[in-house]
Design a protein around this ligand. Sequence first.
Ligand code: DBV
Length: 247
Amino acid sequence: MTLYQPFLDYALQLLTEQLELQPYPIPEGFERKEGVMGKGKKQDAVVTTSYGFKSKKLRQIRAAHVQGGDSLQVLNFVIFPELSYDLPFFGADLVTLPGGHLIALDMQPLFHDAAYQQKYTEPLLSTFKTYQTHLPWGGDFPEEAKPFFSPCFLWTRPQETEDVKTHVFAAFKDYLHAYLKFVAQAEPIPAEQQRQQILNAHRCYIKYRAEKDPARGMFTRLYGSEWTEEYIHGFLFDLERKLVEVS
Ligand code: DBV
């Protein structure tokens, strides 16, 4: 069992129990992709698998799971709510590279005003603080990405794999449970003006993530740039394409 498989299994089981999940289309050729990393005797097979679901309130629930041996494991798991809700994004970027582990976990806010923080950050603060003692701030973080995170952002570089299996896994579970509580409580936003702001916030977030996807280099080396750009814009961060399809 690879490092992040239990995270993925847990999330999919919990979501299946609590939501009426429906499949979300994965473009052909992107459900599973194999490649090779390294040269000569140090070659490692790398498999990337994709998962996509949706539910009544969640436009896209998707995961990309990269498995390439002990020193290359990635689970990028993001939930994009429907545009009629003010729900934050659930964002997990769990990354293991030869240099170590890098963990980003958050409910990424659409807005930063006090009312929004009261609604979607306050309830998670005590959970965040309990994990922060074991999972301290990871340092070195792109300044321009900061607006996309909440005060409950867990950003950490655990030294020990054991910390990933215990503390990070526990935090992931708690954040997901808290997120599903928000989803259960969420009501559609009726005001047109507020809906417009929600749409703008989604576009802004997705544009940033598609442009700055830190996995672009890795995917391009593994699978080429044509596959990678299509994967990013056609599946991982697909809102712009979907908006064009319905307009
Ligand atoms: N990151 C993704 C997707 C990935 C992925 C879709 C499917 O958004 C993996 C794969 N993240 C991934 C990999 C690395 C990182 C790093 C492979 C290592 C890149 C490398 O070192 O070669 C949070 N992820 C990172 C970094 C950050 C994040 C800050 C460090 C790299 C850097 O400094 O840019 N998650 C990332 C982020 C946002 C987010 C910037 C912004 C909204 O949600």
